[in-house]
Design a protein around this ligand. Sequence first.
Ligand SMILES: [Zn+2]
Ligand SMILES: [Zn+2]
Ligand SMILES: [Zn+2]
Ligand SMILES: [Zn+2]
Ligand SMILES: [Zn+2]
Ligand SMILES: [Zn+2]
Length: 288
Amino acid sequence: MMDLDEEYYMYKTDKSDDIQYEFLSSEDLKTEMTTIIENVKAMLQYPSGICRILLQQHKWSNQLLLDKFYENPDPNDFLAKCGLLPEGSVIVSEEQECPICCISGKLFGLACNHMACVDCWSAYIDGKMKAKRSEIECMQLDCKLLMVDEKVTEFIKDASIYEDVIINSYVKTHKTLRWCPETCRTAVRVKTPVHSLISCPCGVNYCFTCGNEGHEPINCRLLRKWLRRCQDDNSSYKWLNANTKDCPTCQTPIEKTGGCNHMTCQKCKKHFCWLCLTPWNLRHDCSR
Ligand SMILES: [Zn+2]
Ligand SMILES: [Zn+2]
Ligand SMILES: [Zn+2]
Ligand SMILES: [Zn+2]
Ligand SMILES: [Zn+2]
Ligand SMILES: [Zn+2]
Protein backbone atom coordinates (compact mmCIF):
# COMPACT_ATOMS: atom_id res chain seq x y z
CA MET A 1 0.00 0.00 0.00
CA MET A 2 1.56 3.26 -1.10
CA ASP A 3 1.06 6.38 0.92
CA LEU A 4 0.16 9.71 -0.51
CA ASP A 5 3.69 11.12 -0.54
CA GLU A 6 4.94 8.24 -2.62
CA GLU A 7 2.12 8.60 -5.10
CA TYR A 8 2.67 12.31 -5.26
CA TYR A 9 6.30 11.67 -6.03
CA MET A 10 5.39 9.22 -8.80
CA TYR A 11 3.09 11.74 -10.31
CA LYS A 12 5.82 14.34 -10.29
CA THR A 13 8.25 12.08 -12.10
CA ASP A 14 5.58 11.31 -14.67
CA LYS A 15 5.13 14.95 -15.27
CA SER A 16 8.78 15.88 -15.39
CA ASP A 17 9.37 14.52 -18.89
CA ASP A 18 8.22 17.15 -21.26
CA ILE A 19 4.85 15.97 -22.58
CA GLN A 20 3.74 17.45 -25.84
CA TYR A 21 0.32 17.12 -27.34
CA GLU A 22 -1.70 18.30 -30.30
CA PHE A 23 -5.42 18.94 -30.69
CA LEU A 24 -7.45 17.49 -33.55
CA SER A 25 -10.95 18.32 -34.71
CA SER A 26 -13.29 15.70 -36.20
CA GLU A 27 -12.34 17.13 -39.58
CA ASP A 28 -8.61 16.65 -38.87
CA LEU A 29 -9.23 13.07 -37.81
CA LYS A 30 -11.28 12.41 -40.92
CA THR A 31 -8.49 13.71 -43.15
CA GLU A 32 -5.99 11.56 -41.30
CA MET A 33 -8.17 8.46 -41.72
CA THR A 34 -8.75 9.15 -45.40
CA THR A 35 -5.00 9.39 -46.02
CA ILE A 36 -4.42 5.99 -44.41
CA ILE A 37 -7.36 4.44 -46.28
CA GLU A 38 -6.15 5.83 -49.63
CA ASN A 39 -2.73 4.34 -48.97
CA VAL A 40 -4.14 0.87 -48.36
CA LYS A 41 -6.56 1.21 -51.24
CA ALA A 42 -3.67 1.86 -53.64
CA MET A 43 -1.98 -1.33 -52.47
CA LEU A 44 -4.94 -3.72 -52.19
CA GLN A 45 -7.30 -2.31 -54.85
CA TYR A 46 -10.43 -2.72 -52.71
CA PRO A 47 -13.16 -0.10 -52.24
CA SER A 48 -12.65 2.44 -49.42
CA GLY A 49 -15.33 0.83 -47.24
CA ILE A 50 -13.54 -2.54 -47.25
CA CYS A 51 -10.17 -0.89 -46.58
CA ARG A 52 -11.66 1.10 -43.68
CA ILE A 53 -13.02 -2.04 -42.01
CA LEU A 54 -9.75 -3.94 -42.57
CA LEU A 55 -7.80 -1.07 -41.01
CA GLN A 56 -10.16 -0.86 -38.03
CA GLN A 57 -9.67 -4.60 -37.49
CA HIS A 58 -5.88 -4.13 -37.61
CA LYS A 59 -5.54 -1.24 -35.15
CA TRP A 60 -5.29 1.23 -38.04
CA SER A 61 -1.79 -0.02 -38.69
CA ASN A 62 -1.01 -0.03 -42.36
CA GLN A 63 1.95 -2.27 -41.72
CA LEU A 64 0.10 -4.82 -39.59
CA LEU A 65 -2.71 -5.07 -42.15
CA LEU A 66 -0.39 -5.55 -45.14
CA ASP A 67 1.70 -8.11 -43.24
CA LYS A 68 -1.41 -10.16 -42.44
CA PHE A 69 -2.73 -9.74 -45.95
CA TYR A 70 0.40 -11.03 -47.67
CA GLU A 71 0.83 -13.82 -45.11
CA ASN A 72 -2.32 -15.31 -46.59
CA PRO A 73 -1.91 -17.00 -49.99
CA ASP A 74 -5.56 -16.41 -50.90
CA PRO A 75 -6.78 -12.81 -50.63
CA ASN A 76 -10.44 -13.87 -50.68
CA ASP A 77 -9.74 -16.24 -47.82
CA PHE A 78 -8.21 -13.37 -45.87
CA LEU A 79 -11.24 -11.18 -46.57
CA ALA A 80 -13.62 -13.96 -45.51
CA LYS A 81 -11.79 -14.28 -42.18
CA CYS A 82 -12.38 -10.55 -41.73
CA GLY A 83 -16.10 -10.97 -42.44
CA LEU A 84 -15.88 -9.45 -45.91
CA LEU A 85 -16.44 -10.37 -49.53
CA PRO A 86 -14.56 -8.70 -52.41
CA GLU A 87 -17.79 -7.55 -54.05
CA GLY A 88 -20.02 -5.89 -51.50
CA SER A 89 -23.09 -5.32 -53.65
CA VAL A 90 -26.55 -5.19 -52.16
CA ILE A 91 -28.96 -7.70 -53.67
CA VAL A 92 -32.47 -6.47 -54.40
CA SER A 93 -35.36 -8.90 -54.72
CA GLU A 94 -38.74 -8.62 -56.39
CA GLU A 95 -41.87 -7.91 -54.34
CA GLN A 96 -41.79 -10.40 -51.47
CA GLU A 97 -42.80 -10.75 -47.84
CA CYS A 98 -40.13 -9.48 -45.41
CA PRO A 99 -39.22 -12.37 -43.06
CA ILE A 100 -38.86 -9.93 -40.16
CA CYS A 101 -41.89 -7.64 -40.30
CA CYS A 102 -44.02 -9.75 -42.71
CA ILE A 103 -44.91 -6.74 -44.85
CA SER A 104 -44.60 -7.23 -48.62
CA GLY A 105 -42.25 -5.11 -50.67
CA LYS A 106 -38.83 -5.02 -52.27
CA LEU A 107 -36.26 -6.83 -50.13
CA PHE A 108 -32.56 -6.07 -49.79
CA GLY A 109 -29.67 -8.20 -48.65
CA LEU A 110 -25.92 -8.67 -48.79
CA ALA A 111 -24.17 -11.32 -50.86
CA CYS A 112 -25.17 -13.90 -48.23
CA ASN A 113 -28.77 -13.59 -49.44
CA HIS A 114 -30.30 -12.78 -46.07
CA MET A 115 -33.07 -10.47 -47.17
CA ALA A 116 -35.21 -7.89 -45.36
CA CYS A 117 -37.15 -4.77 -46.24
CA VAL A 118 -35.59 -1.32 -46.17
CA ASP A 119 -37.46 -0.34 -42.96
CA CYS A 120 -36.12 -3.37 -41.10
CA TRP A 121 -32.56 -2.70 -42.28
CA SER A 122 -32.84 0.96 -41.30
CA ALA A 123 -34.16 0.13 -37.83
CA TYR A 124 -31.42 -2.46 -37.36
CA ILE A 125 -28.66 -0.07 -38.42
CA ASP A 126 -30.14 2.72 -36.29
CA GLY A 127 -29.73 0.47 -33.26
CA LYS A 128 -26.11 -0.22 -34.18
CA MET A 129 -25.48 3.52 -34.50
CA LYS A 130 -26.87 4.09 -31.02
CA ALA A 131 -24.56 1.35 -29.72
CA LYS A 132 -21.70 3.10 -31.56
CA ARG A 133 -20.81 0.02 -33.58
CA SER A 134 -18.67 0.89 -36.59
CA GLU A 135 -18.68 -2.68 -37.95
CA ILE A 136 -22.16 -3.92 -38.73
CA GLU A 137 -22.88 -7.57 -39.35
CA CYS A 138 -25.70 -8.92 -41.48
CA MET A 139 -29.05 -8.98 -39.69
CA GLN A 140 -29.23 -12.79 -39.72
CA LEU A 141 -28.16 -13.96 -36.26
CA ASP A 142 -25.49 -16.48 -37.25
CA CYS A 143 -24.20 -14.57 -40.29
CA LYS A 144 -20.82 -12.89 -39.84
CA LEU A 145 -20.78 -10.97 -43.11
CA LEU A 146 -20.05 -7.28 -42.56
CA MET A 147 -21.83 -4.49 -44.33
CA VAL A 148 -19.33 -2.19 -46.02
CA ASP A 149 -19.54 1.53 -45.27
CA GLU A 150 -20.98 2.45 -48.66
CA LYS A 151 -23.93 0.09 -48.05
CA VAL A 152 -24.55 1.19 -44.48
CA THR A 153 -25.00 4.79 -45.57
CA GLU A 154 -27.62 3.70 -48.12
CA PHE A 155 -29.89 2.67 -45.24
CA ILE A 156 -29.53 5.67 -42.94
CA LYS A 157 -30.98 9.14 -43.34
CA ASP A 158 -27.98 11.04 -42.00
CA ALA A 159 -24.61 9.70 -43.15
CA SER A 160 -22.78 12.03 -40.76
CA ILE A 161 -24.00 9.92 -37.82
CA TYR A 162 -22.15 6.91 -39.20
CA GLU A 163 -19.14 9.07 -39.93
CA ASP A 164 -19.05 10.13 -36.26
CA VAL A 165 -19.30 6.50 -35.13
CA ILE A 166 -16.37 5.59 -37.38
CA ILE A 167 -14.25 8.50 -36.11
CA ASN A 168 -15.07 7.47 -32.52
CA SER A 169 -13.81 3.95 -33.21
CA TYR A 170 -10.68 5.43 -34.73
CA VAL A 171 -10.01 7.50 -31.59
CA LYS A 172 -10.79 4.55 -29.29
CA THR A 173 -8.35 2.30 -31.16
CA HIS A 174 -5.43 4.66 -30.57
CA LYS A 175 -3.90 4.65 -27.10
CA THR A 176 -2.45 8.09 -27.79
CA LEU A 177 -5.82 9.68 -28.68
CA ARG A 178 -8.68 10.81 -26.46
CA TRP A 179 -11.78 12.96 -26.88
CA CYS A 180 -12.28 15.97 -24.64
CA PRO A 181 -14.85 14.91 -21.98
CA GLU A 182 -16.93 17.96 -22.90
CA THR A 183 -18.97 18.18 -26.10
CA CYS A 184 -16.46 20.29 -28.07
CA ARG A 185 -15.54 17.29 -30.29
CA THR A 186 -11.85 18.05 -29.97
CA ALA A 187 -9.48 15.14 -29.54
CA VAL A 188 -5.96 15.27 -28.22
CA ARG A 189 -2.96 13.24 -29.31
CA VAL A 190 -0.19 12.75 -26.79
CA LYS A 191 3.31 11.53 -27.52
CA THR A 192 3.12 8.81 -24.90
CA PRO A 193 -0.10 7.76 -23.16
CA VAL A 194 0.96 8.70 -19.63
CA HIS A 195 -0.70 10.74 -16.96
CA SER A 196 -0.82 14.31 -18.16
CA LEU A 197 -3.10 17.25 -17.72
CA ILE A 198 -4.72 18.43 -20.95
CA SER A 199 -6.00 21.98 -21.31
CA CYS A 200 -8.53 21.75 -24.11
CA PRO A 201 -9.07 24.89 -26.23
CA CYS A 202 -12.71 24.82 -25.01
CA GLY A 203 -11.43 25.70 -21.53
CA VAL A 204 -11.75 22.29 -19.86
CA ASN A 205 -8.80 20.77 -18.02
CA TYR A 206 -8.82 17.00 -17.98
CA CYS A 207 -6.57 14.05 -17.28
CA PHE A 208 -5.47 12.17 -20.41
CA THR A 209 -5.26 8.80 -18.66
CA CYS A 210 -8.67 8.65 -17.00
CA GLY A 211 -10.62 11.44 -18.74
CA ASN A 212 -11.73 12.97 -15.45
CA GLU A 213 -11.41 16.62 -14.61
CA GLY A 214 -7.80 17.61 -13.83
CA HIS A 215 -6.87 16.12 -10.46
CA GLU A 216 -3.43 17.36 -9.49
CA PRO A 217 -1.62 16.31 -7.40
CA ILE A 218 -3.21 12.90 -6.81
CA ASN A 219 -3.00 10.15 -9.43
CA CYS A 220 -5.89 8.49 -11.28
CA ARG A 221 -6.09 5.51 -8.93
CA LEU A 222 -6.44 7.70 -5.86
CA LEU A 223 -8.98 9.87 -7.63
CA ARG A 224 -11.05 6.81 -8.49
CA LYS A 225 -10.97 5.74 -4.84
CA TRP A 226 -11.95 9.20 -3.74
CA LEU A 227 -14.83 9.42 -6.23
CA ARG A 228 -16.11 6.04 -5.09
CA ARG A 229 -15.95 7.19 -1.48
CA CYS A 230 -17.94 10.32 -2.33
CA GLN A 231 -20.56 8.19 -4.00
CA ASP A 232 -20.82 5.91 -0.95
CA ASP A 233 -21.05 8.88 1.41
CA ASN A 234 -23.69 10.38 -0.76
CA SER A 235 -25.86 7.28 -0.73
CA SER A 236 -25.57 6.82 3.05
CA TYR A 237 -26.45 10.48 3.40
CA LYS A 238 -29.61 9.92 1.38
CA TRP A 239 -30.46 6.91 3.51
CA LEU A 240 -29.95 8.99 6.64
CA ASN A 241 -32.28 11.65 5.31
CA ALA A 242 -35.08 9.22 4.62
CA ASN A 243 -34.82 7.38 7.93
CA THR A 244 -33.99 10.01 10.53
CA LYS A 245 -35.74 13.12 11.76
CA ASP A 246 -34.86 15.55 14.51
CA CYS A 247 -36.82 15.28 17.74
CA PRO A 248 -39.26 18.26 17.75
CA THR A 249 -38.34 19.03 21.37
CA CYS A 250 -34.57 18.65 21.68
CA GLN A 251 -33.50 18.33 18.00
CA THR A 252 -31.65 15.04 18.54
CA PRO A 253 -31.69 12.92 15.36
CA ILE A 254 -34.09 10.01 15.82
CA GLU A 255 -33.87 6.95 13.62
CA LYS A 256 -37.07 5.22 12.61
CA THR A 257 -36.62 1.47 12.74
CA GLY A 258 -40.06 -0.12 13.02
CA GLY A 259 -43.33 0.58 11.27
CA CYS A 260 -45.03 2.36 14.20
CA ASN A 261 -45.25 6.13 14.01
CA HIS A 262 -45.18 6.53 17.78
CA MET A 263 -41.63 7.67 18.53
CA THR A 264 -39.93 8.14 21.87
CA CYS A 265 -36.86 10.35 21.96
CA GLN A 266 -34.01 8.55 23.73
CA LYS A 267 -32.63 11.81 25.05
CA CYS A 268 -35.59 13.91 26.29
CA LYS A 269 -38.03 10.96 26.54
CA LYS A 270 -40.78 12.98 24.85
CA HIS A 271 -43.30 11.06 22.75
CA PHE A 272 -44.07 12.34 19.30
CA CYS A 273 -45.54 11.28 16.00
CA TRP A 274 -43.07 10.42 13.21
CA LEU A 275 -45.31 11.78 10.49
CA CYS A 276 -46.47 15.14 11.79
CA LEU A 277 -43.86 15.64 14.54
CA THR A 278 -46.51 16.72 17.10
CA PRO A 279 -46.63 15.31 20.67
CA TRP A 280 -48.05 11.80 20.77
CA ASN A 281 -51.14 10.91 22.83
CA LEU A 282 -53.48 7.95 22.81
CA ARG A 283 -56.03 9.70 20.64
CA HIS A 284 -53.46 10.77 18.06
CA ASP A 285 -54.75 9.87 14.68
CA CYS A 286 -52.48 10.97 11.90
CA SER A 287 -53.71 9.70 8.60
CA ARG A 288 -51.40 11.64 6.32
ZN1 LIG B 1 -39.30 -5.75 -42.82
ZN1 LIG C 1 -26.13 -12.68 -43.94
ZN1 LIG D 1 -12.88 20.50 -25.07
ZN1 LIG E 1 -6.53 10.70 -14.21
ZN1 LIG F 1 -35.83 14.69 22.30
ZN1 LIG G 1 -49.17 12.53 13.43
